[in-house]
Ligand binder design. Structure first.
Ligand SMILES: NC(=O)c1ccc[n+]([C@@H]2O[C@H](COP(=O)([O-])OP(=O)(O)OC[C@H]3O[C@@H](n4cnc5c(N)ncnc54)[C@H](O)[C@@H]3O)[C@@H](O)[C@H]2O)c1
Length: 247
């Protein structure tokens, strides 16, 4: 693929599918990718969402394999292909281990792990066959540091995502298919507010760069990892945490 590494990242001519696309990060990523020239299909649980001008929206529950087949088959029929898959659907709980229920583990693993497996399993062979694909999953700093405001089910689910993307990176590399993971620290979205009860808590000296993240911070990193500017990067977990985690 021809590359122009000066100027803003371009996704011109590419089709991007985003899960959790009505959430804080997913919505910002959808808008950034649309701005970079991609055809963007954002998906989320609700029947209708306005995710931004020019961005297509589909209702999609990531935990359902039949729904995955319907969604991807429909997109391929309409747009011809999917070049980029961004996996942002996720839920969180902060229940300590001894108090955590089977239902909570099932719910978190279902959305955060099965919800990454379903669309990836469906699209990976299609991307391999077309000789190109970029897959980017929302992991978490929690997979590395044991959690900031999260319980063990969430931490375990995100560790699984990082591992799964490394498997995809190895299997996909000979076919031009990339897989990377974002490892964000605390980002001010609905999820952060839900778990902490605070919309914008003070970073309280815990973040070297002095503030928590916002959705734009994540969208710019996602744009880099899904654009030709990162064409020698696969299997990485990008720390995006204001310096809270460094490896
Ligand atoms: N906000 C943070 O501090 C933070 C930090 C690290 C990682 N993350 C991860 O980043 C991703 C995006 O988080 P966010 O902060 O934008 O949260 P968010 O709550 O704003 O967005 C998550 C989206 O996932 C959707 N979703 C949940 N279950 C779903 C299902 N079954 N099917 C389809 N969609 C479903 C929700 O409706 C929501 O729109 C998540 O995977 C999260 O775990 C968040």
């Amino acid at each position: 693929m021809a590359q122009h590494l000066s100027g803003p990242a371009s996704l011109q001519g590419q089709v991007a599918l985003i899960t959790g696309g009505a959430g804080g990060m997913g919505r910002a990523i959808a808008q950034a990718f649309h701005g970079a020239g991609a055809t963007v299909i954002a998906t989320d649980r609700a029947e209708h969402e306005d995710v931004g001008d020019g961005i297509h929206y589909r209702q999609y529950d990531v935990t359902s394999r039949p729904a995955t087949d319907r969604l991807v088959d429909g997109i391929v029929a309409e747009y011809g292909k999917v070049d980029i898959l961004v996996l942002c659907a996720g839920i969180i709980a902060r229940t300590p281990l001894a108090d955590s229920s089977d239902d909570e583990w099932d719910a978190i693993l279902s959305v955060n792990v099965r919800g990454v497996v379903n669309p990836t399993r469906k699209l990976f062979p299609l991307m391999c066959a077309q000789g190109f694909g970029k897959i980017l999953a929302a992991g978490s700093i929690a997979a590395k540091n044991g959690g900031v405001a999260s319980g063990p089910a969430y931490v375990a689910s995100k560790a699984a995502v990082h591992g799964m993307m490394r498997w995809i990176a190895k299997a996909g590399a000979p076919h031009g298919v990339y897989a990377n993971t974002l490892a964000p620290g605390p980002v001010e979205t609905a999820m952060w507010a839900n778990v902490t009860g605070q919309a914008a808590p003070s970073a309280n000296g815990t973040v070297p760069l002095g503030r928590y993240g916002n959705a734009q911070d994540i969208a710019q990193a996602a744009l880099f990892l899904c654009s030709p500017a990162s064409n020698w990067i696969t299997g990485t977990s990008l720390d995006i945490s204001g310096g809270m985690w460094m490896d």
